[in-house]
Design a protein around this ligand. Structure first.
Ligand SMILES: Nc1ncnc2c1ncn2[C@@H]1O[C@H](COP(=O)(O)OP(=O)(O)OP(=O)(O)O)[C@@H](O)[C@H]1O
Length: 368
């Protein structure tokens, strides 16, 4: 083991590091950028979600951190130690994958203890740490079972126990809940948060599900085509998407053609077709002229209000707690409105939306 390796391995315990730093981390496949210059500092205790559509480079980023993929460019640092030349086992990170990757012929406790055994930890110490990890994931009574005797959620907990038992500074999770049903997924979200807090380590969590990222992360890294689009708290990314693309991804389903009539700092007045005038918020510097306004269906309410316009209901779909209406307005496309009440197909209605929930982007964003 070289000097740099032994130092990194010693530091790779959850309570012995301050931050992990990615500096211009890039990975190409056959000349194409799967990940382009990712720079990110992850503090100890932080929960980071890598969020984006399929193929945007999330798994590539995670695998670069894990050491499963060599970098084409850039460096990775654990405090002052450069770790990107190290193989996965020398980084000492915990990993949890979508398919659990448990050994089917080994008991739960032997699955969990496997990494410790590989590291040459003594038997009594393995028993103690396995018991503690099973306690953390609340699988105390299942130690002697085989994975096949457990539910999907329990198997996922075993995979998490196996990751935390080595007391890693960083746990990397790649879509760990996507094989579970909707109810269990929601239960496991808070479970993973609880375990993350109990461990005091950092977690990087890959998902394409914006709800999951919002619910779990301290900070969200939004990616597209290998490039980071925005890094912020869930609240920042959700309520102030930096780009129109991110807004679409965050559920701003109505993207309306408008013209900027007046801009006063971030407050703008925009004109739509048919004399509709809306107050909005400029998300980037705006000149007078063409722009687009992005609005989430659940921000529009039925009824008169300050920022109001008329429409006719064309369809109404019942979604359990609320209705998804499609409303014909002066704007080009049908407008989506999520409402607790059904106005009735054919009804002429007024719609209103708070000005600070009308996000206005330059028109060229639409073409980007
Ligand atoms: N081993 C590989 N060889 C060639 N191209 C690859 C390889 N792995 C990934 N890619 C490409 O790199 C890009 C990013 O892939 P990546 O798996 O990181 O995306 P992702 O955001 O994790 O997607 P998903 O959510 O579908 O897993 C994609 O265009 C993909 O086709």
């Amino acid at each position: 083991m070289t000097g740099i390796q032994s130092v990194a391995v010693q530091a790779a315990r959850k309570n012995e590091f301050r931050q992990l730093r990615l500096d211009g981390v890039s990975r190409q496949f056959g000349g194409a950028n799967a990940l382009d210059k990712l720079s990110l500092t992850i503090e100890r205790g932080e929960f980071i979600a890598l969020l984006g559509p399929s193929g945007c480079g999330k798994s590539t980023a995670l695998n670069c951190m894990a050491g499963l993929l060599p970098l084409t460019d850039g460096t990775i640092w654990l405090d002052e130690q450069r770790i990107d030349p190290l193989p996965p086992e020398k980084r000492g990170f915990g990993m949890v994958f979508q398919n659990y990757a448990l050994f089917p012929h080994l008991s739960v406790s032997r699955n969990v203890g496997f990494g410790l055994k590989m590291r040459g930890v003594a038997g009594a110490e393995i028993d103690r740490r396995v018991a503690a990890a099973l306690d953390t994931v609340q699988l105390q009574g299942h130690a002697t079972k085989l994975p096949g005797q457990l539910s999907g959620g329990q198997q996922q907990r075993v995979a998490i126990a196996r990751a935390i038992v080595i007391e890693p500074p960083l746990i990397l999770m790649d879509e760990p809940l996507s094989n579970l049903d909707a109810k269990l997924r929601i239960e496991m979200r808070s479970e993973i948060r609880r375990i993350h807090r109990a461990q005091g380590c950092s977690t990087v969590y890959v998902t394409h599900d914006q709800d999951e990222a919002m619910a779990m992360a301290d900070r969200v890294v939004v990616m597209k085509l290998g490039v980071v689009q925005q890094i912020g708290t869930p609240q920042e990314v959700f309520s102030r998407p930096a780009k129109l693309d991110i807004a679409r991804f965050m559920g701003y389903r109505n993207v309306l053609p408008v013209k900027v009539a007046q801009a006063d700092g971030s407050r703008v007045l925009v004109d739509g077709p048919g004399g509709v005038r809306l107050g909005g918020v400029a998300m980037q510097a705006l000149d007078a002229g063409p722009a687009v306004a992005a609005i989430r269906p659940d921000e529009i309410v039925i009824g008169e209000g300050a920022n109001a316009f008329a429409g006719t209901v064309e369809s109404a779909e019942y979604g359990g707690r609320e209705w998804l209406l499609q409303v014909r307005t002066a704007f080009d496309d049908l407008l989506y409105v999520r409402s607790p009440r059904n106005a009735g197909v054919g009804a002429a209605i007024m719609l209103s939306v708070p000005a600070d929930r009308v996000l206005v982007y330059p028109a060229q964003e639409e073409a980007a």
